[in-house]
Design a protein around this ligand. Structure first.
Ligand code: BG6
Length: 511
């Protein structure tokens, strides 16, 4: 099947990154064990780590190198995406050194600087450094401040590079995101910052750009003349589980929309960038996010639905009421489901609604973008037995099916004219054999080669928060009023159907 395909376009050159030190804050934490080290392992297995390399694990309460290596090895055995090859694991873990440092103790950062410089000399890494903040968000600014003060992040013209990788969440609203950006930008330049959104590590998400701009046939119809509306759905089966304290202060809107769902939206809606480079692509993404129409309080309430789950059973597992979850307030009004109607104020999308929905504890796990095209005029079929035409959707599946499908009408064989909707499907797994991955490999590799196309720029982050802030404000004021409830294992808050129904539309039925 693949023989018939034109040659694949290679988007990233698979060169080895420059020699560097990879410094992880939060080295003893879950993210490091679950994602960062397994990703470095996969990169090492693919020959994509630098030849001269060292990993520094920073822990507030230091531990011996051996203890940290043992703990990372255990993590690797648990979370690696493929059976662990001891020789590869050994090569990687031998590079690991543990350093004790705490941003509350300036002297510990000065001491860390000299330890890192010694390691750099021993490992011949040339002074290139990547600082990965795999910590809770309240530690981002204090760590960055100390890194700045101790001179560890300072770049000189023509000298080694120093980069800062920041995990999500980036702020909790517009004001806090702006404050964090302002704080970081006092310490480093924008080109040194890599703000992670793991959705951009997903192949199918990256593929939206290629689908739109490496194929000539989509662009002419990618606008208000041909597209009726766009639906973006991220449904999750899992409830909040043990993340109650984080989630109750966060909610579905903050947790998913300004970051993950807006990544999907911006890739679908952006204008064609002049070049496939970070500057051009990120500018277009920021531009379209900034064009999301601002809503006043009344509009925000009318164009949003929020729901909270009640207990239920999903695949035989009992899920308690959200309010009875560990670390959740018993009278919480935090939403675990959100649906929004947004408009984009530009020439291409005027009058084309973007409907977004996401939630926890739903009956299905799926992430998809459905682009609904305008209906063909029915007049021609007026005097035939055909009474309805199936809808035309272009579907971009991110999960569980990775692929693209097109739904269109076709003639049912037989003497009478009858029409039925059919689907043309592309599934990644039919064409490409991908190694199982954590989804972080590309992101980490790109940080090391200095390509920030898959990372959020300050203006995009702020534009994203700007677009959701009216909903946050309106809901805060409304309190419990308007909060709907849905049963765990169901399709979510009933109001989400109403949101489309009043526009004469409906969510795409599952195929
Ligand atoms: C995270 C959210 O950023 O994304 C989680 O904090 C959510 O609540 C997760 O479950 C979803 O990611 P994915 O890749 O499973 O769709």
């Amino acid at each position: 099947m693949t023989d018939a395909l034109p040659q694949q376009t290679q988007l990233t050159s698979q060169k080895k990154p420059d020699p560097c030190s990879f410094v992880i804050f939060g080295a003893t934490g879950d993210l490091t064990h679950r994602l960062v080290i397994p990703s470095l392992y996969n990169l090492e297995a693919a020959g994509l780590l630098p030849d001269k390399f060292c990993v520094v694990g920073v822990a507030r309460n230091g531990m011996s190198n051996d203890d940290l290596r043992d703990s990372l090895m255990q993590g690797l055995r648990q979370f690696a995406t493929r059976p662990v090859d001891d020789a590869i694991a050994k090569r990687l873990l031998e590079c690991v050194t543990c350093i004790e440092a705490d941003p509350k103790d300036a002297a510990s950062f000065d001491a860390m600087r000299s330890q890192i410089e010694k390691l750099e000399a021993a490992r011949k890494t040339g002074g290139n450094r990547l600082f990965y903040l795999a910590t809770p968000p309240n530690a981002f600014a204090p760590i960055a401040r100390e890194l700045g003060r101790s001179g560890l992040l300072k770049e000189e013209e023509g000298g080694p590079w120093h980069r800062l990788v920041v995990e999500k969440p980036f702020g909790t609203d517009l004001a806090s995101a702006k404050a964090l950006n302002a704080e970081l930008l006092k310490i480093v330049d924008e080109h040194q910052i890599y703000r992670i959104d793991h959705y951009l590590g997903k192949e199918t998400v990256q593929n939206i750009l290629v689908l739109r701009f490496a194929n000539g046939m989509f662009e002419p119809i990618w606008n208000r003349n041909h597209i009726d509306h766009v639906q973006i759905t991220v449904d999750e089966k899992l409830g909040v589980g043990h993340r109650g304290s984080f989630y109750d202060a966060t909610g579905a809107l903050r947790d998913m929309v300004p970051n993950h769902l807006f990544q999907l939206l911006s890739l679908v809606a952006m204008e064609p960038p002049a070049r496939f480079d970070a500057q051009a692509v990120r500018s277009e993404k920021a531009e379209v996010l900034a064009a999301i129409q601002s809503q006043n309080e009344e509009e925000a309430l009318r164009n949003s639905v929020r729901g909270q789950y009640l207990g239920g059973t999903i695949e035989g597992v009992e899920i308690p009421d959200y309010r009875k979850t560990e670390d959740v307030r018993p009278d919480s009004t935090t939403e675990t489901y959100v649906a929004l109607k947004l408009a984009i104020d530009n020439w291409r999308w005027a009058g084309v609604p973007f409907y977004l929905r996401t939630g926890k504890a739903l009956g299905i796990k799926r992430t998809e973008v459905a682009i609904k095209f305008k209906q063909a005029p029915f007049a021609m079929f007026m005097n035939t037995p055909v009474d309805v035409l199936a809808e035309n959707y272009l579907m971009i599946g991110v999960e569980p099916t990775e692929g693209i499908s097109l739904q269109f009408n076709t003639k049912v064989p037989g003497p009478a004219i009858r029409i039925s909707g059919v689907e043309m499907k592309f599934r990644y797994k039919d064409y490409f054999k991908a190694e199982p991955s954590t989804g972080y490999e590309t992101l980490i590799y790109d940080c090391m080669i200095g390509d920030n196309i898959l990372f959020q720029r300050a203006d995009s982050v702020e534009a994203g928060w700007q677009a959701v802030q009216p909903f946050l404000d309106a809901w805060k004021k409304a309190g419990a009023k308007g909060l709907e409830f849905y049963k765990a294992g169901s399709e979510g808050a009933p109001g989400a159907d109403e949101l489309l129904k009043r526009d004469g539309r409906h969510w795409r039925k599952l195929g």
